[in-house]
Write a protein that binds this ligand. Structure first.
Ligand code: 13P
Length: 268
């Protein structure tokens, strides 16, 4: 398959991220999977990419142990809005930092629909994450399938609300995950055309919110039923900087192959 050549695309490090959500929760089992992923990464020529994992909360410590000194990063699927304090049942960014994690997933569709997380709460968490020099992986996207102007308005509204108070220096560290709610947990991802159009639209919204230069630095990845079948086509676009994998990455070989496909498409 052809490689993309874009002046701007080359500046952005491609990403393959994966969330285990609450599917894989036993530290020992997850440790073995992570060990295999790290071994696979060592043997692949993918050093130019950024690969990271969001394990379920109870397995973070184990994952941190395996990831130490490797090419695989990790993060938390959620954090409390403040570093510490009376937030019973939440996970503190202090723990993540102490464990050597770098990424914080925020605003996932499941957090919003199952736990009623609001934009205000997400915003606080983005600010905390950036103030601690960590990387927010901010999920955005429409819940009901739509296109064109309506989609652009929804995406712009979300971006404006969540990012507009962040200064330009910091906002370039945010990774945007375009995850349309209707495409999560399905047999197939959104159509390739829809993904490419939406990513172009998100980039355009970032330009309007910030500057063209800032927008060109922000990485935008796609998530929602990503599998080996479509991954090459998904990333075959200059505005798609990688993928956010869910269920179809549980099998280590599949995940490694997804990384391989992305690396082939985005090779420098
Ligand atoms: P699935 O690939 O299982 O649909 O999950 C995607 C996702 O929500 C990643 O954050």
């Amino acid at each position: 398959m052809k490689k993309i050549s874009s002046q701007f695309y080359k500046k952005r490090t491609p990403i393959v991220a994966m969330s285990y959500k609450n599917y894989l929760n036993k530290p020992e089992e997850v440790g073995l999977l992570v060990e295999e992923i790290i071994l696979g990464l060592k043997e692949s020529k993918t050093e130019f990419m950024e690969c990271f994992l969001f394990p379920s909360m109870g397995t973070i410590e184990t994952v941190a142990r395996f990831c130490k000194g490797s090419n695989l990063g990790f993060g938390a699927q959620n954090i409390a809005p403040q570093k510490n304090g009376a937030y019973t049942g939440e996970f503190s960014i202090e723990s993540l930092i102490a464990l050597g994690g770098r990424y914080v997933e925020l605003g996932h569709f499941e957090r919003k629909t199952l736990f009623f997380e609001t934009n205000q709460q997400i915003k606080e968490k983005i600010h905390l994450t950036l103030s601690e020099s960590m990387i927010p992986v901010l999920c955005i996207g429409e819940t009901i399938k739509c296109e064109g102007q309506m989609l652009e308005e929804i995406l712009m509204e979300q971006l404006k609300e969540l990012l507009s108070e962040i200064n330009e220096e910091k906002v370039v560290n945010v990774i945007l995950a375009y995850e349309p709610g209707w495409a999560i947990g399905q047999a197939k991802p959104a159509s390739i055309a829809h993904i490419h159009r939406s990513h172009t639209c998100i980039r355009r919204c970032c330009e309007r919110l910030f500057t063209k230069e800032i927008a060109e630095h922000i990485r935008i990845i796609y998530g929602g039923s990503v599998s080996l079948t479509e991954v090459s086509e998904i990333v075959d676009h200059q505005e798609v900087d990688g993928v956010f994998v869910g269920r179809f990455g549980h099998e280590v070989n599949q995940f490694l192959e997804i990384i391989q496909r992305v690396s082939q498409m985005k090779e420098e």
